[in-house]
Write a protein that binds this ligand. Structure first.
Ligand code: AMP
Length: 544
């Protein structure tokens, strides 16, 4: 027997419609790339998003086509989040920290029809434009007075505010299939070329419900939320959608992510909840500590993307009375998978014991199922000791990467997504990452491909073998370390080797140091035993 309830598709635009209707007066505050603070309300956001939907139609963007954004966290980016997905096309957030070759690859692969960009990214757009066949329209997200000079984009450059002026705000959000695509985000969190994760309206809405819950990211209408995590990195962990669902005030930091700028914004706007990677919080804590400041309103901070060190948790909680919510997720998971919020019996633990809990990445939010498996694929016990490959499944987990052909293998293993993380799970269901099986480096919350670094190093005529590994770093969590076996008779020095990366990879991808070694350990099949090298050199930068 069928249930007799209404069938309402789960659509991204419904979040905005709800926010306009029920929280229309709630504020959205943005630090702009133009340098000033901008403020308006959800009802303005909704009205301008509808105008923008008309702009997209005017530009000829069709349902299902991709629209790129290369932008910081700000209100215009938020307008595009809803205008693009809401009107049936696909919001493709581009990561400006990538090398221009990678950006060009991703834009081509996604076949973006139009790319919107913050004016500060003009040089990047000018480098990318000649390398891609499409798009032929680039929209600077600013007004006429701040339009950048772009000689190389003649005929292709448009102005965001001018386009909005040309259209009215009468637009009916179409009743889309809830399984249609809403947004796209590429990740280099595996080896090989970046891969696109294509979210649907349904997966986004279900993720929003689950991520907003009290034991998840714990968001409400009484919160003032500062997403420091970029809107180009897994939709700022879903916070733009969550804020609409619950009616929270939003504060966007724009490009100013240094400790001083963040602190000033937090205090001026009375932020209650912030979210970001450990590296960003390190900058904030240093600034606040040096000036002996306190936080007047901030009560919670969500820390994820990389392990949150206990020293950071302790500092936030003891010195500033800001509770830390340690969370784990992935681009492939929209991203929230686990959050470390206490169960009732843990509240009576000693402070030290609670820090031990908080060092874990947390327990599953409803909708995400997880397991750990050994080398034979058998599930391991949740005893807090056995560690194995972490696999997940759920309503907002990817089942195939964007653009994969019929012949392409699914990333799934028996219906489960292998995360590339190695973890243990305790009897309370708290997961803790112990290692990583994927061969990548996460520096300041963003990926560096060790394979790409090795491939570049091997282009040097005096390099016999190059191995790049992740070494722990006090500021960036991890930085690449390059191990080189030189060709016989070579006098190659570290400086020359590192200079070789100039222009070949993004500047921040260049390893911090080179260690010249006689040989590297090889396995039976001739593969470099990276685990051995990681064990040996893991603390290289800490002891340097
Ligand atoms: P991304 O897809 O760029 O968001 O990266 C996801 C990956 O970042 C995960 O698979 C982990 O390897 C890592 N990661 C995310 N959150 C955490 C965390 N809290 N602790 C340790 N690693 C994390």
């Amino acid at each position: 027997m069928q249930g007799l309830m209404m069938q309402q598709p789960l659509l991204v635009a419904s979040l905005l419609a709800h926010a306009e209707r029920h929280h229309g007066g709630q504020e959205i505050v943005s630090r702009r790339v133009e340098g000033d603070i901008h403020r308006y309300r959800y009802r303005d956001l909704a009205q301008r998003a509808r105008r923008m939907a008309n702009v997209l139609e005017g530009l000829g963007v069709k349902p299902g086509e991709r629209v790129g954004t290369l932008a910081w966290n700000g209100y215009r980016h938020m307008e595009l989040y809803f205008a693009v997905s809401g009107s049936g096309s696909v919001l493709h957030t581009l990561n400006p920290r990538l090398h221009v070759d990678q950006l060009a690859y991703i834009i081509e692969h996604a076949e973006d029809r139009v790319v919107f960009f913050d004016a500060t990214f003009l040089p990047l757009i000018e480098s990318v434009a000649p390398r891609v066949k499409s798009p032929k329209v680039f929209v600077a997200m600013t007004d006429r007075a701040h339009m950048p000079q772009a000689n190389d984009l003649t005929g292709m450059l448009m102005c965001y505010e001018d386009l909005l002026e040309l259209h009215d705000d009468v637009f009916e959000w179409p009743l889309l299939d809830e399984n249609s695509a809403s947004s796209l985000c590429y990740t280099s969190g595996t080896t090989g070329n970046p891969k696109g994760v294509l979210y649907s309206h349904r997966s986004t809405l279900l993720h929003t419900y689950a991520a907003a819950l009290p034991d998840s990211l714990n968001c409400s209408a009484r919160d003032v939320i500062l997403p420091v995590v970029p809107m180009f990195h897994v939709n700022a962990w879903g916070l733009p959608y969550i804020a609409c669902m619950v009616g929270a005030k939003l504060v966007f930091p724009g490009p100013a992510l240094d400790g001083k700028s963040l602190y000033e914004l937090i205090e001026a706007e009375q932020v209650t909840l912030s979210a970001g990677v450990p590296t960003v919080w390190q900058g904030l804590l240093t600034h606040v500590g040096e000036r002996q400041e306190t936080f007047a309103s901030m009560r919670r901070t969500i820390i994820g993307g990389a392990p949150c060190p206990t020293a950071m948790t302790a500092q936030f909680q003891e010195r500033y009375q800001v509770d830390v919510l340690h969370a784990w997720g992935m681009t492939e998971l929209s991203p929230v998978g686990t959050v470390c919020s206490f169960k009732p019996h843990q509240l009576s633990l000693s402070t030290e014991e609670r820090y031990t809990v908080q060092a874990k990445q947390g327990r599953s939010v409803f909708g995400i199922d997880m397991k750990i498996v050994g080398p034979d694929g058998e599930a391991l016990p949740w005893d807090g000791h056995a560690a194995g490959d972490l696999l997940v499944r759920g309503q907002w987990v990817t089942r195939q990467y964007f653009g994969a052909g019929d012949g392409d293998a699914s990333p799934l293993r028996d219906g489960w997504f292998p995360t590339g993380d190695v973890a243990k799970i305790d009897p309370d269901g708290f997961m803790q990452i112990t290692d990583r099986s994927k061969d990548v480096i996460k520096s300041g919350g963003e990926w560096i491909s060790s394979t790409d670094i090795e491939n570049v190093a091997c282009l040097h005529p005096e390099v016999a073998t190059a191995v790049c590994i992740a070494a722990r770093h006090p500021k960036w969590d991890e930085r690449p370390l390059l191990l080189i076996v030189k060709k016989p008779g070579s006098a190659l020095g570290g400086g020359e080797m590192l200079a070789f990366f100039d222009g070949r990879v993004a500047k921040w991808w260049t390893p911090d140091a080179v260690v010249f070694v006689e040989s590297v350990p090889l396995g039976a099949t001739g593969k470099v035993l990276k685990n051995q090298l990681r064990d040996q050199y893991r603390d290289y930068y800490l002891s340097a």
